[in-house]
Design a protein around this ligand. Structure first.
Ligand code: NAD
Ligand code: DAU
Length: 362
């Protein structure tokens, strides 16, 4: 079996659902259920006998060690993180705690477990660390995309914390020979993304005729990667990636923020026209820019495509249409996230992590 961290978040839940649909191997999901962790994301698999949920913190070494000893996973896939740049600007310490200290404690528990494995199991074991292209900093307009050799130049507290976690993963491979893999991917989009991020926020606001807040001039560029393409890439890296290597994953879909917001508006004009007939684009409002805002990210995916044969398959225009349709079809999900209902439910059901841990490990 495999152990996942952060499986109740946006990408972790997409990975878990894809995994259980396409791979017949059990999975344990360790998630703290922060504001971004929604058990409802996994409603479709919660009764699957191959799936176990454990409520807890990656920084709880005793818990992680007990899970590793009990389930003896052949791989750990590390998604858990504080992931939102704007939150890192207003509160960087939580990012250091989860992304740096949490990752380090997780690595240490995994190393101790890995040393107990027999030689065949130890050789087959993998620790896959899911990271971000933001560690490379910002690209000039005509520069080629980030390669794996690009200098680390993190600009936000979020990217600095992810960069630090990448370095610890590297150090654990180099120093202790832990079989690690690191992936650095671009901006994901798709179903079940928390509506603090650009695409779900714009869809949500547009549906409620609220202003669409574009930071600065809106000409910042991101390389949009559909979350299902990303999850397939992670599986390819897990299966065939070379130990100690990093792989950049991108969507081959560079778009300016304004282009993305306009695409959302145009789709909604067709799928859900406004009552008064006004175009959704009339809601676009330029607001104060994000401090230290990176201008452009883009991925050069020649390593993963050339070495491992992966390339993105979902074209942005089709992916964004499907994503918008998903949010239209799941207004109950959006409503529960918006109202905080799922968090109250989680607090009630998981108010005593130690108990749920005891149940899971028993
Ligand atoms: P998310 O914020 O949607 O989910 C994070 C999950 O981690 C939540 O379920 C949360 O409850 C859990 N978590 C947080 N702290 C924890 C802790 N201490 N112990 C256990 N669980 C904890 O994040 P996401 O967008 O799904 O991102 C997943 C990973 O991918 C992150 O490492 C992020 O840095 C990386 N990444 C994300 C993107 C993107 O576009 N979303 C792009 C590149 C890289
Ligand atoms: O590049 C990968 C990264 O992508 C991940 O590592 C992060 O976890 C993920 O959050 C994302 O970071 P960004 O800062 O690029 O994503 P966000 O959705 O917050 O913003 C995307 C762009 O849209 C960015 O240029 C800021 C802008 N923006 C965002 C919001 C929320 C706006 O103009 N208005 C907004 O309201």
């Amino acid at each position: 079996m495999i152990l996942l961290t952060g499986g109740c978040g946006f990408i972790g839940s997409a990975f878990l659902i894809q995994w259980l649909n396409e791979v017949d191997e059990p999975v344990v999901n360790l998630d703290l259920l922060t504001y971004a962790g929604n058990p409802g994301n996994l409603a479709s698999v919660q009764d699957d006998p191959r799936y176990r949920f454990v409520h807890g913190d990656i920084a709880d070494s005793a818990l992680v060690s007990s899970l590793l000893a009990k389930y003896r996973p052949r791989a750990v896939l590390h998604f858990a993180a504080e992931s939102h740049v704007d939150r890192s600007i207003s509160g960087p310490l939580a990012f250091a705690q989860t992304n740096v200290v949490g990752t380090l404690k997780l690595l240490d528990a995994v190393l101790t477990y890995w040393k107990t494995l027999d030689s065949a199991a130890a050789a087959a074991f993998r620790f896959l660390h899911v990271s971000t292209d933001e560690v490379y900093g910002s690209l000039d307009p005509d520069a080629t995309g980030f390669t794996e050799e690009h200098r680390y130049e993190p600009n936000s507290p979020y990217s600095a914390s992810k960069a630090a976690s990448d370095h610890f993963v590297r150090a654990y491979q180099h120093t202790y020979s832990l079989p690690t893999l690191t992936t650095n991917c671009s901006n994901n989009y798709g179903p079940r993304q928390f509506p603090e991020k650009l695409i779900p926020l714009m869809i949500h606001n547009a549906l409620h005729s609220k202003p669409l807040p574009v930071y600065g001039d809106g000409q910042q560029i991101r390389d949009w990667l559909h979350v299902d393409d990303h999850c397939r890439a992670l599986r390819v890296v897990l299966d065939t990636g070379r130990i100690g290597e990093t792989y950049n994953i991108g969507g081959r879909s560079e778009r300016s923020n304004m282009a993305v917001v306009k695409a959302i508006c145009q789709n909604l004009d067709i799928l859900r026209p406004r009552a008064g007939g006004q175009p959704h684009a009339s809601l676009i409002t330029h607001v104060k820019d994000r401090p230290g805002h990176d201008r452009r990210y883009a991925i050069d995916d020649s390593k993963i495509s050339g070495e491992l044969g992966w390339h993105p398959s979902i074209v942005f225009e089709e992916g964004i249409r499907q994503t918008i349709q998903w949010y239209l079809d799941h207004e109950d999900w959006v409503q529960s996230v918006d109202s905080g209902a799922y968090r109250r439910w989680a607090q009630k059901h998981y108010s005593a992590p130690a108990e749920s841990v005891a149940r899971a490990v028993a």
